[in-house]
Design a protein around this ligand. Structure first.
Ligand SMILES: Nc1ncnc2c1ncn2[C@@H]1O[C@H](COP(=O)(O)OP(=O)(O)O)[C@@H](O)[C@H]1O
Ligand SMILES: [Mg+2]
Length: 221
């Protein structure tokens, strides 16, 4: 059961844990079929609340240790970000399963040409600064599916499958940090440029052009 105790007006309500058995027992709505190296993702309703189930058990049997590793990794990353408004709450963690709060948003790309685009682009930049401050680098924000925007214009980051928390890698992590930060910065600049190019400063435009040039194999998007 999910209950949503009242929280101060301007903060997001706390979400209580769900019964994992109840979630796993339901077929739900398929959001992503999964692949040999990817979890299946389903939307399941618990009580009256939709929740998201990421299920690595659908990966090949012989890859079970990898599936377990990937599931734990993503749960651990989500765990580092639970104080942030713009990241879904973790409702339950199981063996190769992760249940998340469902964000009622749609992919960010739908805002192209919309009045709210500039605000969303700037919100994204702030969110990324916050996840970095929490020691997490997303690494996969160029995919429009991984940034959701609600009808009220709130921006959420999801899918931390390929994210890294350099603190988990000891001294190597310190070396990784600037590169990881640049990869996320590049994605933010791409989105700012795609959604509201007028919000890019001259130096950001220059950086974006420079980073584009470093990727000669890039698609023209
Ligand atoms: N917390 C969430 N709230 C709403 N939709 C979600 C949530 N998590 C995942 N989804 C949906 O499921 C899709 C797949 O989930 P994701 O975590 O991106 O896994 P992957 O891209 O590895 O398949 C997302 O693109 C999104 O449409
Ligand atoms: Mg994704």
């Amino acid at each position: 059961m999910i209950t949503r105790p009242l929280a101060p007006a301007d903060t997001r309500p706390q979400v209580m844990k769900v019964d994992l058995e109840e979630v796993l027992a339901q077929p739900g709505r398929l959001l992503s079929p999964g692949r040999w190296n990817k979890p299946q993702v389903r939307e399941v309703t618990v009580g009256d609340h939709p929740v998201i189930l990421k299920d690595w058990r659908t990966m090949a049997r012989w890859l079970r240790p990898l599936a377990r590793h990937l599931a734990r990794r993503e749960a651990r990353i989500y765990g580092l970000l639970q104080h942030l408004e713009s990241v879904p709450r973790v409702l339950q963690v199981g063996d190769r399963t992760l249940v998340l709060e469902q964000v009622p948003g749609r992919r960010i790309s739908r805002l192209r040409g919309h009045r709210a685009a500039a605000t969303a682009a700037q919100a994204l930049e702030e969110i990324v600064a916050r996840i970095h401050a929490a020691g997490v680098y997303h690494f996969d924000m160029r995919k429009r599916d991984n940034i959701l925007v609600t009808d009220e214009g709130k921006v959420y980051l999801i899918d931390f499958t390929t994210s890294v928390a350099p603190r988990h890698y000891g001294p190597l992590g310190w070396l990784l940090r600037p590169v990881a930060a640049l990869v996320d910065r590049y994605a933010v600049l791409k989105w700012k440029n795609a959604l509201a190019p007028e919000v890019l400063s001259t130096s950001e435009r220059r950086l974006l052009r420079g980073l584009d040039r470093l990727r000669p194999w890039r698609k023209n998007n």
